[in-house]
Design a protein around this ligand. Sequence first.
Ligand SMILES: Cc1cc2nc3c(=O)[nH]c(=O)nc-3n(C[C@H](O)[C@H](O)[C@H](O)COP(=O)(O)O)c2cc1C
Length: 179
Amino acid sequence: MSNNLNVTLLDEEVVMADEEFIVSKTDLRGNLTYVNRTFMEMALLNEKQLLLQNHNIIRHPDMPKGVFKFLWQTIKKEEEFFGFVKNLRSDGRYYWVFANVTTEYDIAGKPSGFFSVRRKPPASAIQVIAPIYQQMLQIEKSASSDKAAEQESINYLQQQLKALQVNYQNFAINLFNET
Ligand SMILES: Cc1cc2nc3c(=O)[nH]c(=O)nc-3n(C[C@H](O)[C@H](O)[C@H](O)COP(=O)(O)O)c2cc1C
């Protein structure tokens, strides 16, 4: 599968350091306006390569569309998003993050962009979430259209969460806390 960095994918994980935070800010369409040093070190990209690019520059093809659809649905409602994301580095390797995305406001109180902080997720959480994402990808591949793909895959995620009797935010937060 293709990726926005046009790199050959390597099935090798790079694990974030315990005490580090990856921080980025975007405009309302997800174009990067700020990245911290840890972001650049993990993605192996510099400010010139990142700023003004869409956040999907580090999108990994193993991530289901449904997760991002759900992210955007949540933040457009000005609600806070929590979730696990597998991201791509410019050397083809990947790193998992536990992401929190919130809305930023201008002085008039209007949404002006988004702010994201990511930490190292527990390995136990990735063991639970990775097979769910894999299943979502399969559902998306066999769907009749892109729109159907996203919806069917979000439905699958919701079903899994219903079985666990939690919503996605709590699911992600609980998984994060179970170390
Ligand atoms: C604040 C913020 C942070 C985001 N962080 C990531 C991220 O770490 N990785 C990622 O793939 N997409 C991230 N996204 C979502 C991307 O903008 C995009 O929707 C996603 O990569 C799917 O790309 P596609 O629509 O081209 O498939 C973020 C969006 C926002 C607003």
